[in-house]
Each structure stands twice: as structure tokens, then as C-alpha cells.
Write a new protein. Structure first.
Length: 243
């Protein structure tokens, strides 16, 4: 799906967020993660290898370089934050098996949050920016993630170095729509030179697991994808008008 679209669907029961139009670099910035990473999915060039467990990992101070690498853009990625790379050296066989299950099946047994490495999130993506599934241990951080992702998207799509902040009221209202699956269509942003107003359409799309199907349904104007409102920028501030 085009990166000019931002799709977010929440499954609060499982602390799970499905996203499209969000890169791994975007996600790391939105969550403010400062931890080392356990990664799998491809033969990444910039990772280290744990001889004891055969896991691949990225040290905390190398994460920024890793997320910007071309390998992350090109290959599938499974990643979780870990307390430190040293925690891999003391894992039991059962804990190694639990982590292998999580990284391979993209779900926990029963939880995606492991006391063995103290991870706060788990991230799975087949193609960077197209589709990702994220589990967040602190579900209250969803609003922070939403706020940061939107600000990043607005700056990138509207090509402005800085963007007016979104109010708490806007974020609360958008947050309430996540369970219905929101689709923010930056590709059809309207900008008026006369009124200096920018209008971004927001749709309710429901739950999608295949973003290519979502794109097709949007293009064919499927009835289940409903225009729900507009994010409007005028007089140096944002407002949200819902229908």
C-alpha cells in the first residue's frame, strides 16, 4: 500500500496494533525505544551473533544505524526490545524456545512479552512501510505512538520541516476510532492557496490483514470504507471534523 496512506487498527484485547504506511524507523522514533534489539527475518549485515543461543541482536547504541540500513527496507523484519545483549547469555532452554516461537510465529506462547528479556514491545513486518504488526506491553502508550506517527507523516507528506502540534482533543478522538480501523489518506490532501487551508480525509476501514486488499478496496470505493471526517489545518492550528 502507498506510503501516502496511514492505516491503524487496534486489537486492545491482545495489545496489538496493525499498521501500514509506517516504517520501522518511524515506529522506533514513536515509541522512544533506547534498548538493544533481538532481530530475525533476514541475514542482516549490521547485527551481532550470540554464539550461545544463535540469536542475532543489535546493541542499543547501534539501533539508529540499523533502522536506517537498506536491509531493513528490503527484507522482512521481526524485532523485540531486550534488557541487554547480556540477557541472552543466561537464557534457559525453555526461554530460548519461547523466544524462537515468538519470532517465528509472530505471537506469544501465551504472551509476546517475555520476563526473560523484559521486552516492552514486539514488531513484525514483511515489507517495511507496507504492513507491520506491533504488540505493546504498555497499552497506554498508544496515544504517544499515534501522536508521533501523525506528526512524522504530516511533515513528510506535506513537506514541511515542522508541523503545528495536534491537540489532546484530536488525539483522544482519533484514538477512539482505532478499534474501527482508521485510514488517513494523505494522497488526496487538498490545499487551498486562497484560504491557506489543508484538508486530509479520514476513513473508517475496519480490520484488514492484507494491505493490498485494503488498497484495492479503497480504489474501488468499497462501501465498507466510509469517509469519517477530515483533519484540517488553518490559521496555524489543526482541527478534526467528524461526520
Amino acid at each position: 500500500m502507498s506510503n501516502s496512506l496511514l492505516y491503524l487498527y487496534e486489537d486492545a484485547e491482545n495489545n496489538r496494533l496493525t499498521m501500514s504506511g509506517v516504517t520501522f524507523a518511524d515506529f522506533i522514533m514513536s515509541i522512544g525505544s533506547k534498548s538493544a534489539l533481538l532481530v530475525s527475518g533476514a541475514a542482516f549485515k549490521t547485527v551481532k551473533h550470540s554464539s550461545r543461543t544463535s540469536f542475532h541482536y543489535v546493541e542499543a547504541h547501534e539501533v539508529e544505524q540499523f533502522v536506517q540500513s537498506s536491509d531493513v527496507e528490503r527484507f522482512p523484519l521481526n524485532a523485540i526490545d531486550i534488557r541487554s545483549s547480556h540477557s541472552l547469555d543466561v537464557l534457559t532452554d525453555v526461554e530460548i524456545a519461547e523466544l524462537l516461537f515468538l519470532m517465528h510465529m509472530k505471537r506469544g506462547m501465551p504472551s509476546p512479552f517475555m520476563t526473560s528479556v523484559d521486552n516492552e514491545w514486539a514488531y513484525f513486518s514483511e515489507q517495511d512501510g507496507t504492513q507491520a504488526t506491533v504488540y505493546l506491553n504498555d497499552w497506554s502508550s498508544v496515544e504517544q505512538v499515534l501522536s508521533t506517527l501523525l506528526q512524522q507523516k504530516i511533515r513528510r507528506e506535506l513537506r514541511v520541516p515542522t508541523a503545528s502540534p495536534l491537540t489532546a482533543e484530536i488525539l483522544i478522538n482519533l484514538r477512539q476510532l482505532l478499534q474501527e480501523g482508521i485510514l488517513i489518506d494523505f494522497a488526496h490532501t487538498r490545499q487551498s492557496m486562497f484560504t491557506r487551508q489543508t484538508t486530509i480525509p479520514i476513513y473508517i476501514a475496519g480490520r484488514y490483514e492484507d494491505m493490498h486488499v485494503l488498497k484495492e478496496d479503497l480504489e474501488t470505493k468499497k462501501e465498507s470504507i466510509v469517509l469519517r471526517g477530515e483533519l484540517i489545518h488553518r490559521k496555524k492550528s489543526w482541527s478534526l471534523e467528524l461526520r
